[in-house]
Design a protein around this ligand. Structure first.
Ligand code: SAH
Length: 345
């Protein structure tokens, strides 16, 4: 079976080149074509001989994403893509414009196994992991379609990044490479539902990326009801690995807290959360829950979100309320793939 040439890290590509009897500079040229220029065919590699291009095309393929649907928000210029992969699977990608530049939210898997009750990504089931090349292709296709350069990446689209650990880490190395997109690790955030052993593995790599943890509740009683993964690794375990992570890496952990009316938004929970996060290098991102047709979640009122945030702040916890972008185009993840699959059935 052909391998995705774009999924190799630079080190791996050099080894592949060696196997083919090629000098190291060839690996560098190929890496630049794939990662800096995002080419989708071997024929575009014009400084490489035709013969070598045909050798490569027998052994490898180059992953790519084809735009199936594109939505542009009239409110805030947010763009959402439904991308088709080579095996007719779909992923979603969102590009957001901020004052500092463009940020992209990429998917790491086709579907998700985690089963969070408020999330649309789980609804259409889990199909497969993306290769590192497929994760990166989302950025290449969006950049060339919009004629922009992306400066920030969030791994917050469909899927659980730490459930596809190796490909996600290779992707991070590749986009960070000077021969590739050259995006600083400080501009990359990885969001996880809290797979503790993988957080430990990530910690060992000491990458200066931002770790976001989807906490959504201060205790196991509430968290267990909305996040099945909590049955494996509870709040105590997650917070203790997060403390260790921030101490070891010196990086602030970002906790995601999606407020669902009557479920996790009571003032007592804000007090409890403050207690649990005491003296931790962290930040809490409060998110009004997005409407998902199949889910019966109700948004917490604006005043309550504000109150929740004030309670955290009164205890010295950094907290912000996330601005909702692209609300008119269903920009939150999982919703388009779900619709597309319904049509296809
Ligand atoms: N699996 C990873 C990343 C994907 S989800 C994780 O769990 O972190 C990205 C973020 O969006 C997570 O914090 C997730 O809990 C949140 N999210 C999912 N569905 C949502 C919804 N309907 N409204 C608000 N936030 C949601």
């Amino acid at each position: 079976m052909k391998k995705d040439l774009k999924a190799f890290t630079y080190g791996e590509l050099k080894k592949e080149a060696e196997k083919l009897g090629l000098p190291p500079f060839r690996a560098e040229q190929i890496f630049i074509w794939l990662h800096r220029y995002g080419v989708t065919s071997f024929d575009e590699m014009t400084n490489i001989s035709k013969d070598l291009r045909s050798v490569l095309s027998v052994r490898y393929y180059i992953s790519s994403c084809v735009t199936e649907q594109k939505f542009v928000s009239k409110k805030d210029e947010t763009v959402k893509y439904l991308f088709k992969l080579h095996d007719n699977e779909y992923v979603e990608t969102v590009v957001m414009k901020y004052r500092y530049g463009y940020s992209v939210c990429v998917s790491s898997q086709v579907g998700c196994k985690m089963g969070c009750t408020f999330c649309a990504s789980t609804l259409a089931g889990f199909k497969r992991n993306l290769t590192a090349g497929e994760i990166e292709s989302q950025i290449h296709t969006a950049q060339s379609d919009l004629g922009i350069r992306i400066s920030n990446i969030v791994l917050m689209g469909i899927g659980e990044p730490l459930d596809n650990f190796n490909s996600v880490v290779d992707f991070i190395y590749n986009v960070n490479s000077e021969n590739g997109l050259n995006i600083s690790m400080r501009n990359i955030s990885l969001s996880t539902c809290g797979i503790v052993p993988k957080i430990k593995e990530l910690m060992k790599l000491s990458l200066p990326i931002t770790l976001s943890v989807s906490l959504h509740a201060p205790n196991d009683g509430v968290r267990g009801k909305i996040m099945p993964v909590n049955g494996k690794w509870g709040v105590d375990e997650i917070l203790s690995v997060c403390r260790e992570y921030s101490e070891k890496t010196g990086r602030r952990i970002s906790f995601e807290y999606t407020l669902i009316k009557g479920v996790n938004d009571g003032e007592a929970y804000a007090e409890e959360l403050s207690e649990r996060l005491k003296n931790m290098l962290c930040h809490v991102n409060l998110i009004p829950v997005n409407d998902v047709r199949e889910r019966k979640n109700v948004k917490t009122d604006k005043e309550n979100i504000y109150k929740f945030s004030e309670i955290l702040k009164s205890h010295g916890i950094n907290a912000t309320i996330r601005r909702t972008l692209g609300s008119d185009i269903n920009a939150s993840c999982g919703q388009l793939r779900r619709k597309r699959n319904e049509v296809g059935q």
